[in-house]
Design a protein around this ligand. Sequence first.
Ligand code: 4NP
Length: 155
Amino acid sequence: MKPRILCVCLGNICRSPLAEGILLDQLAKAGLNDVVVDSAGTGGWHAGEAPDRRSVAIALHHGIDISRQRARKFRADDFEAFDWIFAMDQDNLSALERLKPTHFKGRLERMLDGVVEGPKDVPDPYYGGDDGFLHVYNLLDQAAQKTVGEIQRLS
Ligand code: 4NP
């Protein structure tokens, strides 16, 4: 069974749209085109908006077009629709843990858990410069490699 994957940050305009785009790109390159991947924000302030132009730019620099994504707020029924829910940082994870129904038996963890040494938060690049977006891209690229490997081992 292929997991359905949801990537979650705060605004769903910077980090999780990149996570979604990178994961879909790596899955396609691995021939895994039938895995459902989506993203959402714990907050709804940016709902309906395209990703931040800096996320669009760093993705495009790596050959990935995320410009057609639109932000949405995380919903309670996402716990029914997805099996693996990856939070970008501890604040996102704590917000999701408060909403998690007891019957959810999927994975709910930070996307960098088990991926990097040291801090497991994908830092929020919203108020920083372009170098922050490259750093986020590189972290999420590593995380996606781990996730694709896990799915390949399930198949
Ligand atoms: P994201 O970044 O959670 O990676 O999408 C942010 C986007 C917007 C805001 C904060 C973080 N904001 O405060 O509006």
